[in-house]
Write a protein that binds this ligand. Sequence first.
Ligand SMILES: [Zn+2]
Length: 396
Amino acid sequence: MLYIRSRSVLPITAPPIADGAVLVDERGKIAAVGPAATVPAPDGARRLEFPEGALVPGLVNCHTHLELTHLARKNREPAFAPWIRTIRALKDNTTPEEFLHSAEQGVRDAWAAGVTCVADTGSTGAPLEALARLGGRGIYYQEVFGPDPAKCGSSLTELTSAVAHLSPLTSHLVRLGVSPHAPYTVSESLYRAATKFAWHEQLPVAVHLAESREETELVRDGTGPFAEALRARGIAVRAHDCSPVEYLFQLGVLASGNCLAIHCVQVDERDIAILRDSGGAVAHCPRSNRAHGHGTAPLAAFRRAGVRVGLGTDSVVSVGDADLRAEAGAAGLDGEEALRMLTLEGARALGLEREIGSLEVGKEADLAVFSSTDLYRPLPSSTALLAVVAGRVVHG
Ligand SMILES: [Zn+2]
């Protein structure tokens, strides 16, 4: 058992508590939360005290690429299409052992930042292995690529064998999903096949969607740098006369009701209505969008429309670090609204709000403690004082 007392406790679903405490039971669930005087501290419970701390639910990072942790600041390519190609080349020069080491570092960095749950997309399986090995919580979406419709079958075979290989490592902490990567790397037939597979296996889906203007050019008009690169490889490209969001809706990808749409910068009111009506959620990555010059996703419009939104750091290759609290500032949020977005709203975006995201009796004990002076205004590289996943101290 674990008893944590802190200068303040912010349960999110209840008002802040001065001099509060949380008791965690042997199953890793929250047994009590409230003013320290009312929370029992049983004999034998490990006691942790933070007289200058703010105890909050563990943060939820809705978009990471943990297998790329070792590539931080390694890609200086300014334009997006060549930047994507450079990532591919850097990955080709990485061994499986390096990917695993990189992903493990990514999990530890997340914990140090107070992040206790990640939604990660990757192609190597290393992030899921790292989460399973280290005892982290997250959803790992196995990516599938293949812009050439002629190679749809082999791409799907790779996906199904990766899923078969990784499935034994899943648990109530570590879940598996599927990610047909993006409209410029996935053919129509592969989108359909991967979605059908995910549906059949009851796996959640994540997609990079409506990120760059170049992606919209490709989908709507069949032009631009992505179209040119595909044609240079002998792959036919045609105009779909619709937005990327409409395109994936028509292909049935958004229809699962459990689709995490990453970025969603290049969207209009109609796209937002499609996302809402299809039950999709958005992973909002403001610092990545800014770093690549994609523009600003309409966060306020998503929230007004009732679209579930969580915040994500994207990869450290795009942003340089995985400081999720900095994303809240970049999204124009602060105070308790920022904290709610980083915790409960993030959990809701991933469909995990019954398990995590707030400090409530019966929920999983995913917690973080920050210095109360920099909870809302984190200094660069300031770390959490404590991170707990399912009742187990993983940092601090
Ligand atoms: Zn990404």
